[in-house]
Design a protein around this ligand. Structure first.
Ligand SMILES: NC(=O)c1ccc[n+]([C@@H]2O[C@H](COP(=O)([O-])OP(=O)(O)OC[C@H]3O[C@@H](n4cnc5c(N)ncnc54)[C@H](OP(=O)(O)O)[C@@H]3O)[C@@H](O)[C@H]2O)c1
Length: 291
């Protein structure tokens, strides 16, 4: 099996590269970074994909800066929707699988149970809208060969290249610098380690999972405040975590107050997905942050 991975140096992409050999032994992986291919150079990308040989294309590229996207909608749409639909088209022409990654921010949070794949998106911000457009166009172009993996609130060893780090590292840095950290308590989500997300995605590929939508998140849920408390507690830092509201935080982009994803569909295929607390403990240990 030949895999082509675009966005290989991102937070999720780098863990897919790292885990691929163990989860898809015998597969051959080729990687492309932005320096090799700008996915918004549509003609160049189409040409590269047409001449490359692969059985599966995995797209880990994304415009991920949620707040910046508010003022850069066309750039977000180019990366998150116009590029993926062309990737889907290239995969359709070759008759190969396309694995695309999306987000919990396609939802508006007006619900009181974890979102299942069949729930209707209604994004609240430009980033979410661009990702939803990407999902929609990919499904329209190549539903019969595309697997869309919705992930959420990622933390991984590489740190999100688009955001220059991740929530865990930001909390640790502020806690060490200031002795206290203010975190929103009115947004519930699914904290997810990229290592586990990568493993689930690779397991779904290995199992020959049917095309369609999959929620790929660690089990459990938390508010950002609870997530921060657990980070500080496990790192053994003497810092205070102060609850604030999203209104007080005043980010440029509105976020859903509830975007927990139900991962039962993926778990039924891959087996139990670890809790976010477990993923966090392994992450902190691997980075030398444990108390
Ligand atoms: N991070 C989160 O908390 C989160 C939450 C929900 C969903 N997701 C989704 O999960 C996926 C992976 O996210 P991540 O955290 O791994 O993001 P990331 O670290 O920011 O990685 C994004 C990748 O896209 C590449 N990229 C961006 N624009 C490009 C372009 N025009 N041409 C080529 N490459 C380009 C980046 O390259 P450079 O390094 O050169 O910029 C980087 O390799 C994305 O689909 C994202 O929407 C993430």
């Amino acid at each position: 099996m030949k895999i082509l991975l675009i966005g290989a140096n991102g937070q999720l992409g780098s863990d897919l590269v790292r885990e691929q050999e163990q989860y898809l032994s015998g597969a051959e992986i080729s990687t492309l970074r932005r320096a090799d291919l700008d996915v918004t150079s549509f003609e160049a990308m189409t040409a590269v994909l047409a001449r490359s040989e692969f059985d599966i294309l995995i797209n880990c590229t994304s415009y991920t800066r949620v707040d910046d996207a508010e003022a850069h909608a066309s750039e977000a749409v180019r990366v998150n929707a116009q590029a993926p639909v062309r990737m889907a088209s290239a995969c359709r022409a070759k008759g190969v699988r396309f694995v695309h990654v999306s987000t919990d921010y396609v939802f508006d949070g007006q619900i009181s149970r974890p979102y299942v794949e069949a729930d209707s998106p209604a994004p609240l911000n430009v980033y979410g809208a661009s990702k939803f457009l990407g999902e929609t166009l990919v499904r329209h172009e190549y539903a019969q060969g595309s697997l869309i993996m919705r992930v959420a609130s990622l933390f991984g060893a590489a740190g999100a290249s688009g955001k220059g780090g991740n929530f865990v590292e930001t909390i640790l840095r502020i806690a060490k610098e200031k002795g206290e950290v203010r975190v929103v308590t009115d947004a519930h989500m699914s904290p997810t380690g990229t290592l586990d997300a990568a493993r689930v995605i690779l397991s779904l590929i290995r199992s020959g999972a049917a095309p369609g939508m999959y929620h790929v998140v660690n089990s459990g849920e938390a508010t950002w405040y609870e997530f921060a408390q657990e980070i500080i507690r496990r790192a053994g830092l003497p810092a205070r975590v102060i609850p604030i509201t999203s209104k007080e935080f005043a980010a440029a982009a509105v976020r859903p107050c509830y975007s927990v994803l139900n991962n039962q569909k993926a778990q039924a295929i891959t087996g139990r997905i670890p809790s976010w607390e477990d993923a966090l403990a392994r992450y902190l240990k691997s980075k030398g942050h444990m108390a």
